[in-house]
Design a protein around this ligand. Structure first.
Ligand code: GLN
Length: 546
């Protein structure tokens, strides 16, 4: 364990999951960043999965992808959006990835024949990763969110890492508990007892929180603060009220009302600096002031499984819409449209007219695909702004092939491997890898460059020729059909520098107000104050339609 000048903040949850620990961590980062400090954020996922790539989004929420191709938890998206920083795989770890490193090191005699134990070797590996991420980001402060809640088996070794660090460098390590105060009775009394238990659970692994963020429906009253403080051996000012708010982006501003920034800086013996949350405040005000509604429909296969719903699986899409809407000064209303309804009853397609614009987001597999194709055709023919993201782009190409070129059985080979017109296909170089069972290598993951053609929607939106966006897909537009699709009016306005991969498909503006599909996921790099240019143009077109 090397002594570093950097400070480490750990955020752990208490009472229950889903109380907004990720957003709280991101907000703390934002506040400290606004004080002129370089901040980096880390997520620790207690799963044994080595990364999130194999996790089902209906169970675990969106799989977020970083520039370097790391498939990770959706909280990483929150950090990137709040901090406006591109993070790397060094900022994400799971139990599985930590164990894998330790085991591989042992196998290659990296421990020199000594016996390797769960404690201390697993926590030591965690600590060395935190130090590494700090060095990479040249950060003054590392904020690490530990998944799960206090008292679970799953995160005990991560908490042990915190204990070790706190013991060695007490002045440089801060532990924040994000707790939840439930309401059980009609008088809306916030109950503090579960929080007291959560603190006891931390105490049992030799940890005492330095601060408690009390998540609740309402702000904390003085009585509740006193109660938590007294029972958890903390000062009253160390109990921070974190009530529900309308917009995510209000949270840092709200925390600052309780002077959280100064509190943290003082506890870490850092110089108190003036804050600059000016841009962020302006953003929050713009969001609050927007009156004109723009209705966006997202057509997907319907699922709601357990605690995860569509909204969790497409969180970055929703945020990207919000960023673009805030920039345009409109209030977005997002609705989910079950693709399968369009398969059974064509009349339901008329509903699409109620929306300013329609999105078909990323997806896998065959369920709902025919319905999505019908919806895309309807948007194309009725000039409803359409934005296809990854699968939504591939299906737009299939739809065009079928209904404009008249290739009725055209398809993606993901759905119909024997189709006569495989307009979306696995490229030969990927097929070879699949035959060799190198499935991991067949996914195109992470940031890739694209070159945009002059005079197109894409080029004008981005305002430059070369862009870089993130990918997560296996199939591509089949290069053998590109010329014929273009002769029939489609424009592949974005392509890989080698021209082999199609990155953006669009229709000319004299034919359709906004019909664009991207092979990449533009939502992944959209930021609150720097909306993705295509989302921005899509929202503009959608507001005009209204
Ligand atoms: N299923 C498609 C593919 O693998 C699209 C993936 C996606 O939308 N992310 O290519």
């Amino acid at each position: 364990m090397t002594r570093s000048k950097a400070k480490f903040i750990f955020v752990v949850g208490g009472v229950m999951s889903g109380v907004g620990k990720g957003v709280a961590s991101a907000s703390i980062g934002k506040i400290l960043q606004s004080r002129g400090l370089e901040v980096t954020s880390i997520k620790i996922d207690p799963y044994v999965n080595v990364d999130a790539g194999t996790m089902n989004p209906t169970e675990h929420g969106e799989v977020f992808v970083l520039d370097d191709g790391t498939e990770c938890d959706q909280d990483m998206g929150n950090y990137e959006r709040f901090l406006d920083r591109d993070l790397t795989g060094a900022n994400y770890m799971t139990t599985g990835s930590v164990y894998r490193t330790v085991i591989e090191r042992e196998r290659s005699m990296g421990y020199g024949g000594r016996s390797v134990s769960v404690v201390p070797h697993i926590p030591l590996e965690v600590i060395s990763r935190l130090e590494h991420a700090r060095a990479l980001a040249k950060a003054d402060i590392v904020i690490t969110e530990i998944g799960g809640t206090a008292g679970e088996y799953e995160n005990v070794l991560f908490l042990e890492a915190v204990r070790m660090m706190k013991f060695k460098h007490p002045g440089d390590v801060l532990l924040i508990l994000v707790s939840h105060l439930p309401i059980m009775s009609d008088d809306n009394e916030l109950k503090t007892k579960p929080t007291q238990h959560a603190v006891r659970a931390l105490n049992s692994v030799a940890l005492q929180p330095d601060l408690i963020l009390a998540r609740a429906k309402y702000p904390l009253d003085q009585k509740r603060k006193e109660k938590i403080a007294f029972n958890c051996s903390l000062r009253e000012q160390d109990i921070i009220s974190a009530p529900n708010v309308d917009s995510l982006y209000e949270i840092p501003i709200n925390f600052e009302k309780d002077d959280l920034g100064n509190l943290i800086l003082k506890k870490l013996s850092l110089r108190v600096r003036k804050r600059d949350l000016h841009d962020w405040r302006k953003l929050a005000e713009r969001i609050r002031a927007a009156k004109d509604v723009v209705k966006i429909g997202i057509v997907g296969k319907y699922f709601s499984s357990g605690k995860f719903m569509l909204a969790d699986s497409y969180i970055s899409v929703i945020e990207a819409v919000r960023h673009a809407a805030a920039a345009a000064g409109v209030r977005p209303e997002i609705e989910w449209l079950d693709a399968e309804q369009f398969e059974h009853d064509r009349r339901t397609l008329k509903k699409l007219n109620e929306y300013g614009g329609i999105i078909v987001p990323g997806g896998f597999g065959s369920r709902g695909v025919e319905g999505k194709l019908k919806a895309i055709q309807y948007c194309r023919e009725h000039k409803i702004p359409y934005f296809g993201l990854c699968y939504g782009m591939q299906l737009a190409v299939v739809e065009y092939a079928r209904n404009v070129l008249g290739w009725h059985k055209a398809n993606t080979t993901e759905i119909d491997p024997k189709t006569k017109y495989p307009v979306i296909d696995i490229l030969p170089e990927q097929k070879k890898m699949m035959e060799e069972k190198k499935y991991g290598g067949t996914m195109r993951l992470g940031a890739y460059p694209a070159v945009l053609r002059k005079g197109t929607i894409a080029r004008e939106a981005y305002g430059k020729e070369k862009i870089s966006e993130r990918h997560r897909h296996r199939y591509e537009v089949n290069p053998a059909y590109v010329a014929r699709l273009e002769r029939a009016g489609a424009i592949f306005s974005g392509q890989s520098p080698s021209r082999r991969l199609m990155e953006v498909m669009e229709l000319p503006r004299n034919v359709h107000p906004f019909f664009v599909g991207t092979q990449f996921h533009p939502e992944l790099k959209s930021r609150p104050l720097r909306p993705n240019p295509l989302f921005r143009e899509f929202i503009k077109a959608s507001s005009r339609k209204r």
